[in-house]
Write a protein that binds this ligand. Structure first.
Ligand SMILES: [Zn+2]
Length: 249
């Protein structure tokens, strides 16, 4: 399907670019925050097994996982507030003007940091509502890596206000977090982006653990951001990009 954006541009819905990492209940699944592998197990009762392969009539499996630790997820301010906020209430629409950027984090002491200067040097389009950050180097090992204890790259907390000032409401990263793994609970970026605790912003979202294939070029796209309908601070999500194409249609 061709969807017209304006007089010159369109998106082709038959060419989605899926940025999500799937949950796999097996060794080499994506993991972080000290969590083990997620589990997908058939329900077992005295006279029932939720596995056709084991003689049951249906596959009927329980899944145990952590949205922050095991797959692509989107979170809201409720991630860091005493009051409860559900990410499922944060979006009132699901298509956004998006910009994909690639950044090689800077080495600062023992950390790899996306700095304010690096983000200031990006040419952020005035219409950008969602920024998608691909960290360099990029590799498909990001889909199966165990991040626990590796001090992954993170974003300087001052970048949050800068992005807000550019009109960005949604941030998507290919990292386990926008903040440093061990920072004594400061979570500077999360707090600044959601204005917690002063006046929590309930509509901005952070999406972590995406993967952007290296053949996808930096530039502006249309993002469709969908998530599972979980009443929770975070939910598994599927961000999908569509290239803005130009043609006479
Ligand atoms: Zn998270």
């Amino acid at each position: 399907m061709i969807l017209k954006l304006n007089q010159r541009e369109f998106i082709d819905t038959s060419k989605p670019i899926d940025l999500s990492i799937e949950l796999k209940a097996q060794e080499h699944s994506l993991k972080a925050w000290g969590q083990g592998d997620p589990k997908i197990e058939p329900v077992r009762d005295d006279d029932f097994v939720g596995s056709v392969a084991e003689g049951g009539v249906v596959n009927f499996k329980n899944i145990f996982f952590n949205p922050h630790a095991h797959l692509t997820h989107t979170e809201c301010c409720g991630h860091i507030t005493k009051e409860f906020y559900s990410v499922n209430d944060s979006l009132s629409r699901y298509f956004f003007n998006a910009q994909l950027v690639s950044i090689e984090p800077e080495k600062i002491n023992n950390d790899s940091v996306i700095t304010l200067e690096q983000v200031r040097n990006l040419d952020i389009d005035v219409n950008t509502e969602a920024i998608i950050i691909r960290t360099l180097p990029n590799s498909s090992s990001k889909k199966t890596f165990t991040y626990t204890g590796t001090n992954p790259p993170y974003i300087d907390g001052n970048v949050a206000q800068y992005l807000i000032d550019q009109g960005v409401d949604h941030i998507l990263v290919d990292l386990p977090s926008v903040d440093k793994e061990q920072d004594n609970g400061i979570l500077a970026f999360h707090h600044a982006f959601w204005n917690v605790p002063l006046n929590p912003n309930t509509t901005r979202t952070i999406t972590e653990f995406i993967f952007i294939s290296s053949d996808i070029e930096d530039g502006t796209y249309i993002l469709n951001l969908q998530m599972g309908a979980f009443c929770n601070d975070a939910s598994p999500s599927r961000p999908v990009l569509y290239a803005r194409e130009e043609k006479n249609i």
